[in-house]
Design a protein around this ligand. Structure first.
Ligand code: 48H
Length: 264
């Protein structure tokens, strides 16, 4: 077959343009493609919601690839194990209640589930701000301000573009970067005890895992926090390379948002 490079270029332009254009009005925009964001995107997209995921890095998967300290296995407790089994992974019982799974297999499988369910993935895309609107007298996040990661990395002064959404899932991990921007730039009060971001505490895996789930909620109208960002926002602990909480947090964010979207 003769190959025309211009057709290859045209194919990429057309496909990307169509994908981007289809994402101007989303049901859910997920920021951060770590385990919690991937799980939430998978669970929402498989129900038919229009979901896009924005990830700064070239690869999706966040902090799960490297297991603990680059030793690439993760641990999952009884709670949360089902999520990986539903994705098609086989876990190995290490000791009662503790299961192991290859970190690369877990990351690629979750990424595959999210993509195959219909999530529109924008890797190499950084979220630099949110869109705020007053809806019925209440300020609400109604979209994301996005820019190409190479623009961000090069420090180029290039204006961003915007997508709209009913809900944002803030799944940016330890840094809670998008939530921090919302708080820094606007006179807003979060749904936390202090009204601000309470900050992450040191290691206490058992409490951290339970809190990851209870802290997964709508922290500001239109914005849910999930995964490590949930604990960092509500002042809870870290847990190291045990991932049940991350997975269940993604499931919970998806369930709560799906219920809201259906009720509207
Ligand atoms: C676009 C962004 C932006 C931005 C960040 O850190 P993650 O893996 O997030 P979680 O919460 O799903 O999983 C946390 C887990 O990996 C972890 O770190 C654990 C369990 N730690 C415990 C411990 O004790 O240390 O992924 C977040 C993703 C990353 O891929 C970032 O690149 C991305 O979000 N991201 N993407 N725009 N502004 N900020």
């Amino acid at each position: 077959m003769a190959i025309d490079e211009k057709i290859i270029t045209e194919a990429i332009i057309s496909e990307y343009y169509a994908k981007f254009k289809s994402c101007l009005d989303l049901d859910v925009a997920v920021v951060g493609a770590g385990p919690s964001g991937l799980t939430a995107a998978w669970k929402l997209a498989e129900q038919g919601f229009k979901v896009a995921m924005f990830e700064r890095k070239l690869s999706i998967g966040g902090g799960m690839w490297g297991g603990g300290m680059t030793w690439n296995f993760i641990v999952v407790q009884d709670e949360g194990r089902q999520v990986l089994e539903d994705a098609g992974l086989t876990l190995k019982l290490f000791k009662p209640g503790y299961f192991t799974v290859d970190a690369v297999a877990a990351t690629t499988t979750l990424a595959s589930k999210a993509c195959l369910a219909g999530t529109r993935v924008f890797n190499c895309m950084s979220v630099e701000d949110v869109v705020l609107r007053e809806v019925d007298g209440i300020k609400r996040v109604t979209g994301l301000v996005i820019n190409s990661s190479p623009v961000e990395i090069a420090g180029l002064h290039v204006d961003p573009l915007v997508i709209g959404c009913r809900y944002v899932i803030e799944a940016t991990g330890h840094d809670t970067e998008v939530l921090k921007t919302l708080v820094r730039k606007n006179d807003v009060r979060l749904n936390t005890t202090t009204g601000g971001i309470e900050g992450e505490q040191s290691m206490w895996a058992e409490v951290a895992e339970a809190h990851t789930l209870s802290n997964t909620r709508e922290i500001f109208p239109g914005m849910f926090v999930a995964g490590m960002a949930a604990n960092a926002s509500y002042g809870s602990y870290r847990m190291g390379p045990i991932f049940g909480g991350m997975l269940l947090s993604g499931v919970k964010a998806a369930e709560e948002i799906a219920a809201r979207l259906r009720g509207r």
